[in-house]
Design a protein around this ligand. Structure first.
Ligand code: AKB
Length: 322
């Protein structure tokens, strides 16, 4: 792939992952070659100042088509989605955004014969019937959330477009993502980010899952690396396309709180599980990412210790400047 000739569209560019992926793509391909889009305008000027920004509701196919045509887009990173907790509160919205939005991307990509499309999936494709430890990539996928249902359908749709139309569609199953720039919104794994904000701001946190809740997690630099590495991979080396397990680390809510307390003495975490506990309990504790490792060289860099140290430093600097 010749890097500088790509013209990239990012949907959900103001979200947790999009807001950090977009600047990395702009640094690689040039600011004017990466069009950031989101349903809402950026909260900080930087996304719109660095390069083109367009307001886009992914359910609005006409506007998506106009943007893709007018910027001569050939590659899409489709990051817009409704996550698991919001999906349980608003299941029909989750279906519309996650399925209709994805179909719009795939259909436009097929019609315009785009070069490559990234459609992320999630550990939410798993359900209570999946093995809880070292969940295989190919296993029982019977999620109990609307978000999980849309992600299973999304993986199947992506693979269908690969097989039926020869479109190059790729995706990983993101675990919970921990990051310091843009807070996540509406996910079950959000506690693993909220805890850092509250530890730094107030020295205490009331966690919405039990202390023994263990989930697969990943630090943002690894999440960006996985996204870019998969998109750079040689198509012929991929046996599957849209369903790669990627593991970073797994820890319990208490292990995270204890790690933070090493840096913020006196930090207190209490546990008051709400409806998100049932979602967390339906997901595996650890996952097997052998296919990603062997097919496109995936390796994470961060563990719980190094992530916590970096998060506290970066978020601490950002919050003290506010
Ligand atoms: C969520 O919690 O819904 C997301 C996810 C695991 O995909 N962070």
């Amino acid at each position: 792939m010749t890097r500088m000739t790509r013209r990239i569209l990012v949907t959900g560019a103001c979200g947790q992952i999009g807001s950090e992926l977009t600047p990395v793509l702009r640094a690689r391909y040039g600011n004017d070659h990466v069009i950031a889009t989101d349903i809402r305008p950026p909260e900080t000027a930087c996304l719109a100042d660095q390069g083109p920004f367009e307001q886009l509701n992914v359910c609005d196919r006409e506007t998506m088509e106009r943007i893709i045509a007018s910027y001569e887009i050939d590659t899409v990173y489709h990051m817009a989605a409704i996550l698991s907790a919001t999906g349980e509160e608003r299941p029909s919205l989750a279906w519309d955004v996650n399925i209709c939005g994805l179909m719009n991307v795939l259909e436009i990509a097929r019609e315009r014969q785009l070069h490559r499309v990234f459609c992320p999936s999630s550990i939410a494709v798993f359900g209570p019937e999946t093995p809880r430890a070292c969940a295989p990539q190919t296993t029982i996928l019977q999620p109990t959330t609307m978000y999980g249902i849309t992600k299973v359908a999304g993986e199947l749709l992506g693979e269908y477009y690969v097989q039926r139309y020869g479109l190059d569609v790729r995706g990983v199953r993101y675990p919970g993502i921990v990051s310091s720039e843009t807070p996540p919104g509406g996910g079950t794994t959000d506690y693993a980010v909220d805890i850092f904000y509250q530890a730094l701001r107030t020295g205490s946190y009331s966690c919405f899952v039990r202390e023994d809740t263990v989930l697969p997690m990943m630090y943002m630099p690894d999440c960006i690396k996985a996204t870019i590495d998969l998109m750079d991979a040689d198509f012929d080396s991929l046996e599957g396309h849209c369903n790669f397990n990627i593991a970073g680390m797994s820890f319990s809510a208490k292990q995270l709180a204890d790690e933070i307390a090493k840096h913020i003495p006196g930090f207190v975490c209490t546990y008051e599980p709400d409806f998100r506990q049932a979602i967390a309990d339906s997901w595996p504790r650890t996952i097997d990412d052998e296919a990603a490792r062997s097919q496109w060289g995936w390796t994470p860099q961060y563990d719980l210790q190094s992530m916590t140290e970096d998060m506290l430093e970066k978020l601490g600097t950002r919050l003290s400047a506010e």
